[in-house]
Design a protein around this ligand. Structure first.
Ligand SMILES: [Zn+2]
Length: 354
């Protein structure tokens, strides 16, 4: 993972780079921000940068650009990109699964975790992790075994890089018994060892942990979503045009549904969030409640002028509910074609019967 993935976070990233270049990296840092902030992915990129043996510097005249990045090519970067660097450790909420029926720990689920991170491109969410593990309604915790594993890992000298890095994801899920152990570890800095703690839920972090870490707020900017705005908009327009045919041409709806289901689960969710956004903004703009840009600005004029007329006070709430329901189904691994076909029919009728 390289910084260039999150260009939009250049402010934060450049300050991390400056701190690193001045050799002032704090031994324990708590990154907090909501799930779209990419806090986990930024930590990964930061860890990769710190251990890269061929850091790239950029000459730049504009404020809005990155100062430096990892090379992505050196042996350290290559291992980082596969999450298999021997000096990179992860601790995360875990529980018993079908495979591990007792004494669960992060280490025992490391292969699954790696796979999950790589598939989600570092944009991780606890619910997704739990559904990936297929653990039903169970919730994960960071337990005493995890805390002991941290100590064991720290007692080994780093294998091949300057810094040994311990990423503790969702540290708000630290259980009661494990907390004193982690506190003790954070109190006694180990040489050349860095702790990156991550949370979406700063309110639930023990004050004693907060006081031992440097707090870093990761602002909420998802560049991933931005890049796809235009393709999503085009897909949205095509989809909506077909939804209006719900009475006559289900086969046409099916074709768009096929296209959407090719996106893959993560992108389907993003697309649905995008859809929710468009409806919301169309409604707000139509009601004259904002001077914000029209989300359909880049659409063909006929669609831009007509579509908002179908979103009314009568149907907007139901539309939200249906889309939010679909997001939930996608998150829970529902069959994408069924979820989107069902949603298309419901949206079609809601729009027609405005
Ligand atoms: Zn490198």
């Amino acid at each position: 993972m390289q910084f260039s993935h999150f260009f939009e976070q250049y402010d934060l990233i450049n300050s991390l780079i400056k701190i690193a270049d001045q050799g002032r990296v704090s031994h324990a840092q708590l990154f907090y921000g909501d799930e779209s902030s990419g806090a986990f992915a930024i930590c990964l990129a930061y860890a990769q940068y710190l251990n890269c043996t061929n850091k790239q510097r950029f000459e730049s005249n504009t404020k809005e650009s990155l100062l430096a990045d990892s090379c992505g090519e050196c042996p350290s970067c290559k291992k980082y990109s596969k999450l298999i660097h021997p000096d990179l450790h992860f601790i995360f909420p875990n529980t018993t699964t079908k495979k591990i029926d007792s004494k669960n720990s992060s280490i025992l689920l490391m292969n699954e975790f790696r796979d999950f991170i790589l598939k989600s491109d570092g944009y991780v969410k606890l619910d997704d992790w739990y559904s990936y593990l297929d653990i039903g309604n169970k919730q994960g915790q960071i337990n005493v075994r995890d805390a002991n594993d941290i100590i064991a890992a720290l007692n080994v000298k780093s294998y091949e890089s300057e810094f040994k890095i311990m990423i503790i994801w969702a540290v708000d899920k630290l259980n009661y018994d494990a907390a004193p152990k982690l506190l003790k570890i954070l109190e006694e800095p180990y040489e050349k060892t860095l702790f990156f703690l991550i949370t979406q839920d700063r309110e639930n972090i023990l004050p004693t942990i907060l006081s031992r870490t440097q707090l870093i707020k990761v602002p909420n900017k998802s560049s991933k979503y931005k890049e796809k705005e235009l393709p999503y908009l085009n897909l949205f327009v095509e989809w909506m045009r077909n939804c209006f045919q719900v009475n006559s041409k289900i086969s046409e709806i099916m074709k768009v549904v096929e296209d959407i289901s090719k996106l893959g689960r993560e992108e389907e969710k993003q697309f649905l969030n995008f859809t929710l956004d468009v409806f919301q903004k169309c409604f707000i703009v139509k009601m004259g409640l904002t001077i914000e840009a029209n989300p359909l600005e880049n659409c063909e004029q006929k669609f831009r002028d007509n579509f908002p007329n179908f979103i009314t006070e009568k149907n907007i709430e139901k539309i939200y509910k249906e889309i939010e329901g679909a997001i939930l189904h996608v998150e829970r691994n529902g069959n994408a074609k069924i979820v989107f076909l069902d949603l298309s029919i419901k949206l079609g009728f809601l729009l027609i019967n405005k």
